[in-house]
Design a binder for this molecule. Structure first.
Ligand code: BV8
Length: 224
């Protein structure tokens, strides 16, 4: 049984990491779409650094919840037949023990150098413009995928979607593509699909089965 699980901000909500919808899509009065874009970063890098520095600090304080831990148990059972594709940029899946995790929208704890392209682990604030460990230039940005940028590892994700027998989406509003379209790819190639979410999402109608409730309850129940 090959299983692919797509996670969104809702799986980390009970760990105290705010979702995009909870913030009402705003940050310091800026629309997230304006802050999480290359144009927003070019226009006002300090605001964007403040946005990500604050989220990195919050994520570092958070702890994995029973939903993250249940998925780590499922990976123990299924091994290479299991894959998490997360839209989240926190590291709670890894801290729960998951190893087979694709961060398609990047990782708060990695920095990308705009000068030499080097990607390196980075957990401190970037607003002070620390030097790139590779080229020394002070051109580091958060290694996250902004709107209009190409998500990471789409080929690997596509291959897993085409081959899987079961596709689950957990804690995502299904408003951002190409992630929101993964359920259609899995369905097209014969997988069964299930959505585990607090409430109906934009893609609920596309799933074979839907279970509503907080992830820390419905995910362990589903895994057991
Ligand atoms: C791309 C990283 C080219 C940074 C993020 C028109 C039509 C279709 C597409 C587009 C279009 N116009 C533009 C596009 C493309 C665009 C897009 O989709 N725009 C949207 C706004 C329409 N997409 C892109 O630009 C992507 N790149 O398209 O490249 C391309 C072309 C073809 C093929 C490949 C590539 C790149 C998008 C990535 C943007 N970066 N994040 C950061 O984190 O700051 S997006 C960010 O928001 C997340 O990563 C996530 O993807 C998205 C939505 O967030 P969710 O995780 O779903 O969270 P949300 O708050 O929305 O919802 C929470 C859910 O949890 C809710 O349903 C709630 O009910 C539930 N919940 C809450 N509490 C709980 C819970 N569930 C369970 N338990 C709980 N306790």
């Amino acid at each position: 049984m090959r299983v692919v699980v797509l996670t969104g901000a809702g799986i980390s909500a009970e760990s105290g990491v705010p979702t995009f919808r909870d913030a009402g899509g705003l940050w310091e009065g800026h629309r997230v779409e304006d802050v999480a874009t290359p144009e927003g970063f070019a226009r006002d890098p300090d605001t964007v650094h403040r946005f990500y520095d604050a989220r990195r600090r919050a994520a570092a304080q958070a702890e994995p919840n029973p939903a993250h831990l249940a998925l780590a148990r499922l990976e123990q059972l299924l091994g290479d037949d299991f894959l998490i594709v997360t839209q989240n940029v926190d590291d709670l899946h890894e801290r729960a023990g998951s190893e087979r995790v694709v961060h398609m929208h990047g990782d708060l704890f990695m920095a990308l150098c705009e000068s030499c392209g080097d990607r390196s682990p980075h957990s401190a604030d970037l607003i002070e413009r620390p030097p790139c460990p590779n080229c020394g230039e002070r051109m580091l940005r958060p290694d996250v995928v902004w709107f209009g940028e190409m998500p990471y590892e789409l080929d690997r994700i596509d291959e897993a979607l085409v081959r899987c027998d079961l596709f689950a989406a957990i804690g995502t509003s299904g408003g951002v593509y190409p992630a929101a379209g993964f359920v259609m790819v899995a369905t097209e190639f014969g997988a069964r699909t299930i959505e585990l979410n607090l409430a109906a999402s934009e893609i609920t109608p596309l799933f074979d089965e839907v279970r509503h409730g907080p992830a820390s309850i419905v995910v362990p129940e589903w895994v057991e």
